[in-house]
Design a protein around this ligand. Structure first.
Ligand code: GAR
Length: 190
């Protein structure tokens, strides 16, 4: 059994997919932490019955906000930190504390199109294959060792909305699977 937390900034569809798909496993989703008070993810958490925390980054150094997040993670006994649309760059203060225990998902085939517009930028590219990347988090933006990538061939007739939907569907199935296998291996190490 391993305990994990999900960090989000907005919609929270990945958070919901993770919570639902891992619900029957031996691992515990201890809480959802969000840096935006008005995020729709809070509504999802309420419906799912998952504990939430709001941590403000407003007019604060990132490290100060991260100290609050670390205090929550310690209190909750979290072993794995899952970023799911958490749109903040983590400082070395945080990354070093959870080395190799922070996962992120990005809606493009990294190292291409990092940042906040991964889908739109890959859609606008002439790339024949699009997809998603799950990786460990290091000091960079959407960098760090890649765990897995899932790609698909586009046919160039699809709209941005159709591609977006396809990418989110892939995310919702492959992120929970990958998280489960990381949690299983953390569990074995204990
Ligand atoms: C997801 O598509 C995720 O890959 C992306 O934010 C979205 C969050 O959606 N993350 C990044 O772009 C990280 N650079 P969600 O809140 O509905 O899960």
């Amino acid at each position: 059994m391993a305990d994990y937390a999900v960090l989000v900034s907005g919609n929270g569809s990945n958070f919901q997919a993770i919570a639902e798909k891992l619900a029957g496993t031996k691992h515990n989703l201890k809480c959802m932490i969000c840096d935006r008070k008005d995020a729709y993810a809070f509504e999802r958490a309420k419906n799912l019955g998952i504990k939430t925390y709001y941590v403000s980054y407003f007019k604060r150094e990132r490290e100060d906000a991260e100290k609050d997040i670390c205090a929550i993670l310690e209190k909750e006994g979290v072993q794995l930190v899952v970023l799911a649309g958490f749109m903040r760059l983590l400082t070395p203060y945080f990354v070093d504390r959870y080395k190799n225990r922070i996962l992120n998902i990005h809606p493009a085939l990294l190292p291409k199109f990092p940042g906040t517009h991964g889908i739109a930028e890959s859609y606008a590219s002439k790339d024949a294959e699009l997809g998603v990347t799950i990786h460990y988090v290091d000091y960079g933006m959407d960098s760090g060792p890649i765990i897995t990538q899932k790609s698909f061939k586009r046919d160039f007739t699809e709209s941005l909305e159709e591609i977006e939907k396809k990418i989110h569907n892939i995310e919702h199935s492959c992120y929970p699977e990958t998280i489960l296998s990381v949690l299983d291996s953390l569990d074995k190490q204990q």
